[in-house]
Write a protein that binds this ligand. Structure first.
Ligand SMILES: NC(=O)c1ccc[n+]([C@@H]2O[C@H](COP(=O)([O-])OP(=O)(O)OC[C@H]3O[C@@H](n4cnc5c(N)ncnc54)[C@H](OP(=O)(O)O)[C@@H]3O)[C@@H](O)[C@H]2O)c1
Length: 228
């Protein structure tokens, strides 16, 4: 049984990760902005015999992350998934960037995973795995012109995870970024390639087989390395 913490756990890919880990018999700390409003997650937790617990956490807010992590107790965390993210403006912003929007996107997509990592760091022991959901649009190898703030934030997140990997190598922590695929969620839209379940299954399988040598890398949901 692993102790698993998941941000943005109320919907999308994160909710599927909750389901998958509870089916495995893991202890899941579901971190989300609005535990009261998360009907599907509450139903899973109610039927889980205590193996899924809900904790309020807005990854964009220092105090909320600190309090949310503290609310989960003091058990060591085996797997931490940073899933919460926002896309910001969906059109090209070359001539009309809204820097309030940019600040929010960077606060949630880059500072958020760092806040969460830091809050749990004392509970990440040797062998602990931290997976942050990046995106192919944050790779220079992916020819996508729009979503400038989102793309830049995910590129920053990939580099942040590389820094975390280097900085925690001697402690034995494994930190990676993962492109989850193009997924049929509120963010990915109905035309996307993968179901949230398919994406979550791939990401969890990748988590299972992560080794210290893989730390700092950027991977696809199917476990293949992703070009930066
Ligand atoms: N779907 C795709 O095709 C795709 C492709 C590449 C990368 N990704 C990445 O994969 C991750 C999950 O995406 P998804 O498709 O599952 O998106 P989604 O269905 O739109 O869900 C986004 C999740 O992030 C949470 N969130 C947003 N801001 C938050 C905050 N300040 N604090 C805590 N939680 C917050 C949302 O919670 P609320 O319910 O409270 O809003 C929601 O649970 C994201 O990081 C995204 O960038 C997705």
């Amino acid at each position: 049984m692993a102790n698993v913490a998941i941000t943005g756990a109320g919907r999308g890919i994160a909710l599927e990760l909750v389901k998958l880990h509870v089916e495995r018999g893991d202890q899941v700390f579901a971190l989300l902005r609005d535990p009261e409003g998360a009907a599907a997650l509450k139903a899973i937790a109610a039927g889980s015999g205590g193996s899924v617990t809900l904790h309020a956490m807005d990854v964009g807010d220092d105090a909320s992350v600190r309090d949310g992590a503290a609310d989960t107790g003091d058990a060591a965390i085996d797997v931490l998934y940073n899933v919460a993210g926002v896309s910001g403006s969906v059109t090209s912003e070359l001539e009309s960037a809204d820097f309030t929007d940019w600040a929010e996107v960077f606060n949630i997509n880059v500072s958020g995973p760092m806040r969460v990592f830091q809050a749990f760091l004392p509970r990440l022991k040797a062998g602990a795995k931290v997976l942050s959901l990046g995106s192919q649009v944050g790779a220079s190898t992916w020819p996508y012109p729009g979503y400038e703030a989102y793309a830049a934030s995910k590129a920053a997140l990939h580099r942040l995870m590389h820094s975390i990997a280097l900085g925690t190598r001697e402690r034995g922590i494994i930190a990676v970024s993962v492109h989850p695929g193009w997924v049929r969620t509120a963010m990915g839209g109905p035309q996307a390639d993968l179901t949230p379940q398919e994406s979550a299954e791939g990401i969890a399988a990748l988590a299972d087989r992560l080794t210290p040598e893989m730390s700092g890398g950027f991977y696809k949901w199917n476990g293949e390395p992703h070009a930066w």
